[in-house]
Design a protein around this ligand. Structure first.
Ligand SMILES: *Cc1c(COP(=O)(O)O)cnc(C)c1O
Length: 369
């Protein structure tokens, strides 16, 4: 069997030096020294990815709560019931909106980029005049986000935009004021187990949201000035995070190697992968896009061959009972995107023979049709 994903985090020995620091400091949470060091290194890493300009971060307990707090901060005091977001996303995006009292309004995605576009979002605003509190733009499985287009969108329509960039931690090419929410879950490229971060060029926003992660206390005070809760990470999580960053270069090199081998393998059988995957950006999920007429046969062949596969975003959020009554824009392209975008086995230790097996299995089905 070839599993669809094998998460891998630093091994114990790489974490131990950081654990000893915790033993010495007797600080276990509440923005301790390891959390500060991890935050600084994360900002420097993303600053280096995104060129110059300041990068600030608020760490959160996970990616879902990062989205939740960014939405709470940016939609506070705004009119409107709805949070516009693509249906084709991981269900966490919808829960985050619902957790701050908004109802998701599900939109379609562009079938080429698999992402929400400013045109689709503008159509959603026209369909719900005055009733949209915020827009969540999702990075599909980690693909880079066109930040400038969304800055122009927010300037034109006056509706706050936040980015669910949960899987895009290695692909933040630009950081503006609009918050980029990333996940540090074990299954993401920057995984530390559980954790999240809100990345922004807006220092005041990062400071305020950090306050929201600790009961809304302003820095250095015990007076609650904002709605929030306990959304912090512990020093133990930060210890793992520091060990992850120590090993990141090797991880990136490995991900690139495996990704490019896949791109070549699928190119040889004429099957596109998600646009730019491997060549332009790196993530932890590999999607191949099969013809609608062939996808059932290919996945059946995967099943027979013990090749695990997954539709990472299922049929879209609107197909889940919890969100089935939410309004949507008709989702004309979503069904096709959900049907044909297939997550194939992908992880850093994937061997060339396994890649050959996956591509060979799909290729055999396609050539016999
Ligand atoms: C993983 C993911 C999340 C949730 O992140 P957690 O850290 O698991 O809470 C949200 N949105 C998308 C698109 C994701 O892939």
């Amino acid at each position: 069997m070839i599993p669809v994903l094998i998460p891998s985090l630093p091994e114990t020995d790489a974490i131990v030096p950081y654990l000893r620091r915790i033993d010495e400091a007797h600080i276990y949470s509440n923005y301790g020294p390891l959390t500060k060091a991890f935050t600084d290194r994360l900002c420097r890493l993303i600053g280096a990815q995104s060129g110059d300009g300041p990068v600030h971060a608020a760490l959160t307990s996970n990616g879902t709560t990062a989205i939740e707090l960014a939405l709470r901060y940016r939609s506070a005091g705004r009119p409107g019931r709805y949070c516009v977001m693509p249906s084709w996303t991981f269900i966490a995006s919808a829960h985050a909106a619902a957790n701050v009292g908004l109802t998701p309004y599900f939109t379609d995605v562009d079938p080429g980029s698999l992402a929400l576009t400013p045109e689709i979002a503008a159509r959603a605003l026209r369909a719900n005049p005055g009733d949209v509190a915020a827009v969540v733009v999702v990075s599909p499985c980690g693909a880079p986000i066109e930040i400038e287009a969304w800055e122009a969108f927010e300037a034109e329509y006056g509706v706050p935009v936040i980015f669910d960039a949960a899987a895009a931690g290695l692909n933040l090419r630009q950081v503006g004021a609009q918050p980029l929410c990333i996940s540090l879950h074990a299954t993401k490229a920057l995984g530390i187990g559980e954790g999240g971060a809100i990345i922004t060029a807006d220092a005041a926003m990062a400071a305020a949201i950090t306050g929201m992660t600790g009961f809304g206390f302003a820095a250095g005070s015990r007076v609650s000035e904002m709605r929030g809760g306990n959304y912090r990470i512990s020093e133990y999580a930060a210890a793992v995070g520091l060990a992850v960053l120590d090993g990141l270069d090797a991880r990136i090199a490995r991900l690139r190697e495996v990704s490019l081998a896949y791109v070549a393998g699928f190119e040889a059988i004429g099957v596109p992968m998600q646009a730019g995957f491997g060549r332009d950006w790196l993530t932890m999920t590999a999607n191949a896009i099969f013809d609608a007429g062939a996808v059932a046969e290919v996945t059946a062949a995967f099943d027979r061959s013990g090749i695990q596969w997954r539709r990472w975003y299922g049929g879209g959020c609107h197909t889940h009972p919890t969100f089935a009554t939410c309004p949507h824009d008709g989702l004309a392209a979503t069904r096709g995107v959900a049907e044909t975008t297939i997550g194939i086995p992908f992880f850093p230790s994937l061997a060339p023979e396994q890649i050959a097996e996956v591509c060979g299995c799909a290729g055999q089905v396609l050539s016999s049709r």
